[in-house]
Design a protein around this ligand. Structure first.
Ligand SMILES: [Zn+2]
Length: 98
C-alpha cells in the first residue's frame, strides 16, 4: 500500500515537469522578449537569462530593485518589453504619414 502512494506522487511530479517543459518550449523561455534596464546607467540585459518569469504577463513595464553589474550598486531596474514599445512607435509614425 505504501509504495503505490509514492509511485503516484512521482508520476504526478514527472507529469508536471513535462507540462512545464512544454510551456517553456512553446513560449520561448521564462521571459520571452523582456529586457531589464538600469534606470541609472541605461544598461540593458535579457530578463530570461536572469531567471525572471514574465510568461503571459499583461503589463508592459515593471520596476524592481536589483543589482546592476555596471553601476556595481543596488539600483531601480525597469523590466520592460521593448518589442511592444517599438511596435507602438512605428504604428503612430505610419498613422501620421497616412
Ligand atoms: Zn546601472
Amino acid at each position: 500500500m505504501h509504495w503505490t502512494f509514492g509511485y503516484w506522487i512521482s508520476l504526478g511530479i514527472s507529469a508536471l515537469l513535462v507540462i512545464l517543459w512544454l510551456i517553456l518550449r512553446t513560449t520561448g523561455g521564462y521571459a520571452p522578449g523582456w529586457r531589464i534596464r538600469c534606470t541609472a546607467c541605461g544598461q540593458t540585459r535579457d530578463a530570461g537569462r536572469l531567471g525572471l518569469i514574465r510568461v503571459k504577463a499583461r503589463s508592459t513595464e515593471k520596476r524592481i530593485r536589483g543589482w546592476c553589474s555596471h553601476c556595481k550598486d543596488l539600483r531601480l531596474l525597469a523590466v520592460e518589453r521593448p518589442s511592444k514599445a517599438q511596435a507602438r512607435g512605428t504604428q503612430s509614425k505610419t498613422g501620421q504619414n497616412a
